[in-house]
Design a protein around this ligand. Structure first.
Ligand code: BTN
Length: 331
C-alpha cells in the first residue's frame, strides 16, 4: 500500500516536471511498472482531482491540479527563513488561536503555524465569533517578540500588510487595508485578524496572530453579505490556499523582522499607508456616544491613525478605542 502511494507520487512528479506529454513507456521504464499499473495510477490521480490528458502515441499530460490546503503544499511553495518551518495542520479545529495558545504555553518554536480548513469555534475581535466554513484558510502564527508590551498590537498591522500583498500577488486582486487591520477588496472585507497575547506587566510571554482569509467561500449570511466577500467571488477563480499562505508567511517574516529592529512602524508606515484604503478619505470616527467626520491621513510610527478636521487640526486615533467607517458604508 505504501509502495503504491509512493509510486503514484512519482508518476505525478514526472508529469509535473515535464509540463508536456510523458509517454506511458517512459513511466513504465522509470518505475519498472506494467502499462496497466501506470494506467491505474493515472486513473487514481484523476479521481483525486488532477486533470490529465491522455493521447495515443504521446502519453499523458498534466493539465491542472486540485486545490489542496495542507502542510506539504504550503511547504512546497514556502520561501521563508524561520516562519512556518513548523506547521501544525488540522483538517478541522475549534479555533487555531486556541490551539496556537496551547503551543505558546508549552514554549513551542517561534514561528510555528497552526492551519485549518474550518473552525467550529472561530473567534473574532470584540468577543464576537468568526464564522469559519470549509473552503477558506484559518491560521495562527506563534511568536515570542522581545518588545515592549504596548508595541505588540502593531504586529496586527504587519499581518494585514502581509495578507494584502500576498493576495495581490497570488490572486491578482487589488487588495487594501481598512484601518487598522481588515483586508478589503472592492469595498468588502476578505480577511480578519485577531491578535492575542499572554503578558505580564512588562513582559510578553507569547503572541498569537490569528488570520482568517475568505478564499473560496461562495455564500455569506445575510447579516454580513453587504460587507464581506471572498477572493474567489471577486476574481471568479479558485484560490490556491497553500500558495497564498506561503506568500503571506514570506511577507510577514520580512515585515516582522523590520518591526523587531525598531519596535515600531517607522520603517513600515509608508508601505502600510500605500495600502490604506482610508487614506485621504473622509471617515466616521465612532466613539461610545459620539460620531465625528474627519479626513484620514495615514498611520504614524506607532500605528495610530492620524485624522484631520476641517480646520486642519490633527489628532491620533488609537486602535481598539474607536471604530472607523466610511461615510457611506463599511469603507
Ligand atoms: C475579526 O473579527 O475581524 C477577526 C477575525 C479573526 C479570525 C481568525 S481565523 C484564525 C484565527 N482563529 C480564530 O479563532 N480567529 C482567528
Amino acid at each position: 500500500m505504501v509502495k503504491q502511494t509512493n509510486t503514484k507520487e512519482i508518476v505525478l512528479k514526472m508529469l509535473e516536471e515535464k509540463k508536456d506529454y510523458v509517454s506511458g513507456q517512459e513511466i513504465c521504464d522509470e518505475l519498472s511498472l506494467s502499462r496497466t499499473a501506470v494506467w491505474k495510477h493515472i486513473k487514481s490521480l484523476k479521481s483525486d482531482g488532477y486533470e490529465i490528458d491522455s493521447v495515443n502515441n504521446r502519453g499523458y499530460k498534466l493539465i491542472s491540479s486540485p486545490e489542496i490546503l495542507d502542510k506539504e503544499h504550503i511547504s512546497e511553495h514556502l520561501n521563508s527563513k524561520w516562519i512556518a518551518k513548523d506547521i501544525i495542520y488540522l483538517s478541522s479545529t475549534d479555533s487555531t488561536n486556541i490551539q496556537a495558545k496551547y503551543y505558546g504555553e508549552n514554549n513551542h518554536k517561534n514561528g510555528t503555524v497552526v492551519v485549518t480548513q474550518e473552525q467550529t469555534a472561530g473567534r473574532g475581535r470584540r468577543g464576537r465569533s468568526w464564522v469559519s466554513p470549509a473552503g477558506n484558510a484559518y491560521f495562527s502564527i506563534l511568536l515570542y517578540p522581545d518588545v515592549r508590551v504596548d508595541r505588540a498590537s502593531m504586529i496586527t498591522l504587519i499581518a494585514a500588510m502581509a495578507v494584502a500583498r500576498a493576495v495581490k500577488e497570488t490572486a491578482s486582486l487589488d487588495t487594501m487595508i481598512k484601518w487598522p487591520n481588515d483586508v478589503v477588496a472592492n469595498g468588502k472585507k476578505i480577511c480578519g485578524i485577531l491578535t492575542e497575547s499572554s503578558t505580564d506587566l512588562e513582559y510578553i510571554q507569547y503572541v498569537v496572530v490569528g488570520i482568517g482569509i475568505n478564499c473560496n467561500q461562495t455564500e455569506f449570511d445575510d447579516e454580513i453579505k453587504a460587507t464581506a466577500t471572498s477572493i474567489s467571488l471577486e476574481t471568479g477563480k479558485t484560490v490556491d490556499r497553500s500558495k497564498l499562505l506561503a506568500k503571506v508567511f514570506e511577507y510577514f517574516e520580512k515585515y516582522y523582522e523590520t518591526f523587531i529592529q525598531t519596535e515600531d512602524m517607522s520603517k513600515l508606515h509608508e508601505q502600510y499607508n500605500e495600502l490604506l484604503i482610508n487614506k485621504g478619505r473622509e471617515v466616521k470616527i465612532i466613539e461610545k456616544d459620539n460620531v465625528r467626520v474627519m479626513k484620514a491621513i495615514g498611520i504614524n510610527d506607532l500605528g495610530a491613525l492620524i485624522v484631520e478636521n476641517e480646520n486642519g487640526n490633527r489628532e491620533e486615533i488609537i486602535s481598539g478605542e474607536v471604530s472607523v467607517r466610511g461615510l457611506y458604508g463599511y469603507v
